[in-house]
Design a binder for this molecule. Structure first.
Ligand code: ATP
Length: 626
């Protein structure tokens, strides 16, 4: 039996909104989580807290969730990086808490945790007058204001806001406020755990008797939230839809829409044509060129405006001023809105051919004017996800392709359809693969064409899409994208830059980075210099608590996780020195003979190759039995 769902809209006055949940409650929960290692216990702690909020102040659930996952809004919303350097925070703590900067710095060298330092400093500071206690909504809005603050005097405004909050901090608040300002809570709380806890709380709240739901129900509810989030990656919309319609009804009320970038579908690697044929036995499948450019999710909105989003939902519209999707719509009187999935590729107008990815990456990223564009781009469309507000992802690929062709019109060198071939013979596939490479593509994407398995699965790395990359056929079938965790100083010719790097994959369940190789091959001198300039600003005093490594592989310098390397490898092997997948095997999996290909600036660090993928790639090697 369900009780009436609570609608979580902001109440009229900001003051009323702010007067709700004290920030100290969140901090107490963080402290408890920090001292707890059992995941089930953490879920219990979080969900009890969320339940309490929902009972008393449902409108605070959204800001509280964001504080728990350490974000300030949806990833696609621009300007949400706090970007506060350690130096600035130390100075602000020293001024707000009456300690000298030298004292703060020396303490920082000892314990390496600005949160604890702020807490210590606040606790011994006499307070003249007592400002009103901080609330969850207030802290969240202030953090957003700090991130959004730009231009002249922005530094001063940021410092002022932080000081005001610090002065109001009591108990544990200073510790977690500073950690949130640093964008690292360091309490071992993965986003997935927050979502499970949230699902549990919402289900408990939906049950009339307030009864705790069984764990399998909680997990299916969490899957519903995640599915909705893949289509609408905005927790405010998803949570409010849960509260309004009930969590199990979410899929009916929270669907992809033009103007919000959905998480794109991804492919699994494959090592040979025969492997593809084995996988798709008994199914109709089709192949397309795999273009080597940048993913471009093109949205046409009802109001006639257009947006182009990158693979990780970044708004790239300004980078492509020469593209006007309306020019490629077959009939503007019948097509009002669209979402297309495309690859943007550099295009040589004279030679009428595709240019390599490296050429595309020379394009300016900001303030691009159409008249200054030197490297032209052609969009190769391969899917349609929404048409006139109606989602298409639950139709077969065959139907989606037909619709794509019906509602758009190609223009050579500007907007084309991905070259395709539907065949299941080895010879034809081999010829098509060779042809794709001759025409400057990376290989093929092979996709299920009919039935439910051909539906578009947002965010999923699906077995229904296989990538067959010519270059990688002899290796493990794919390159991997790893996060740079640290570096080793260069010697000899490489003195003055870093000579090698420690890389890690991302464990989606724990939120940890697990080391999987040291890399020193594939870099030009110029690239090493560029990487040195870029990474040295992200150096930190010691490894983050989320870095899982073996002391014998400790680098000379540790970094904040900011940069992804695409890496090729001969094969994967078990190793006592690395930690990837070590919770699955007793040793870690490591890359043998890794070689740098490029940086992947279109991926966030959480989008690095996951530990599960590394395990899969390891097991798929012919000599390894799973
Ligand atoms: P990588 O691009 O390095 O292979 P990835 O993790 O970015 O890895 P994958 O799932 O491995 O993504 O490969 C799919 C990518 O290939 C898409 O993100 C898209 O940018 C690109 N692509 C090029 N042509 C096609 C196509 N015809 N269909 C689908 N994706 C394509």
């Amino acid at each position: 039996v369900k009780s009436a769902p609570v609608k979580a809209e902001r109440t009229v006055s900001k003051a009323a909104y702010y007067s709700k949940v004290p920030y100290s409650e969140v901090c107490n929960v963080f402290q408890e989580i920090e001292g707890t290692s059992s995941r089930l216990a953490i879920i219990r702690i979080c969900s009890e807290f969320f339940s309490r909020i929902m009972r008393d102040n449902a409108q605070n659930l959204v800001p509280a969730t964001y504080l728990f996952i350490n974000k300030l809004g949806p990833d696609y919303e621009p300007g949400l990086e706090l970007g506060l350097g350690e130096g600035l925070l130390m100075k602000t703590i020293s001024e707000a808490c009456g300690k000298s900067l030298a004292q703060i710095k020396s303490r920082y060298r000892e314990i390496g945790d600005l949160g604890r330092i702020a807490l210590e400093a606040r606790n011994v500071q006499p307070t003249m007058f007592k400002p009103s206690p901080l609330t969850v909504g207030e802290v969240f809005e202030n953090l957003r204001a700090i991130a959004h603050s730009q231009g002249k005097d922005s530094q001063t405004r940021k410092v002022k806001l932080i000081k005001r909050m610090l002065t109001a901090c009591e108990g544990l608040e200073a510790k977690f406020l500073i950690r949130s300002l640093e964008s690292k809570l360091r309490i071992g709380l993965a986003e997935k755990t927050v979502l499970i806890s949230l699902s549990k709380a919402i289900l408990t709240n939906e049950s009339a008797a307030g009864k705790e739901p069984p764990m399998d129900l909680v997990e299916s509810a969490e899957a519903k939230i995640r599915e909705a989030f893949c289509q609408v990656p905005n927790y405010e919309i998803v949570i409010n839809a849960c509260l309004e319609h009930g969590i199990m009804e979410l899929d009916k009320h929270c669907q992809l829409r033009p103007g919000i970038p959905l998480k794109p579908m991804l492919a699994k690697p494959s090592k040979s044509i025969t492997e593809v044929l084995d996988r798709f036995q008994g199914q109709t499948f089709t192949s397309e060129y795999k273009y080597d450019g940048e993913r471009a999710q093109v949205h046409l909105l009802e109001d006639g405006t257009m947006r182009i989003y990158s693979r990780n939902g970044e708004n790239m519209t300004e980078r492509y001023p020469e593209i006007h999707i309306r020019d490629f719509v077959a009939d503007l009187s019948t097509t009002k809105s669209l979402i297309l999935d495309c690859e943007a590729v550099a295009w040589d107008k004279e030679q009428q051919r595709i240019l390599p990815f490296q050429v595309l990456s020379t394009r300016k990223r900001k303030d691009v004017e159409a008249k200054d564009v030197k490297v032209k781009v052609c969009l190769f469309a391969f899917d349609i996800l929404c048409h006139n507000g109606e989602r298409q992802i639950n139709k077969s690929l065959r139907e989606r392709r037909a619709l794509l062709r019906a509602v758009t019109k190609p223009v050579t060198g500007e907007f084309e359809y991905a070259v395709e071939l539907t065949t299941s013979t080895v010879e034809e596939l081999q010829r098509f693969l060779d042809q794709s490479v001759k025409e400057f593509c990376e290989g093929l994407m092979v996709k299920v064409l009919d039935g439910e398995e051909s539906h578009y699965e947002p965010s999923k790395r699906s077995r229904n899409w296989l990538k067959l990359k010519k270059d990688y056929l002899d290796g493990i079938g794919d390159s991997v994208d790893l996060c740079v965790l640290g570096a080793y100083y260069g010697r000899g010719k490489r003195t003055g830059t870093y000579g090698g790097f420690l890389l890690g994959c991302y464990n989606e369940d724990t939120g940890e980075f697990e080391t999987c190789c040291k890399i020193g091959t594939g870099f030009s001198d110029e690239m090493l210099q560029q990487l040195y300039d870029r990474l040295k600003t992200t150096a930190i005093d010691g490894p983050h608590a989320t870095y899982v490594f073996e002391p014998s592989a400790e680098p000379d310098v540790w970094f904040d996780p900011t940069t992804i390397f695409e890496v090729l490898t001969a094969d994967l092997s078990l190793s006592p020195i690395y930690k990837a997948g070590a919770s699955y095997y007793d040793k870690g999996i490591s890359l043998r003979f890794p070689r740098f290909v490029r940086t992947r600036d279109d991926k966030s660090v959480e989008e690095a190759t996951s530990s599960t993928q590394i395990i899969e790639l390891y097991q798929n090697q012919s000599h390894v039995g799973s």
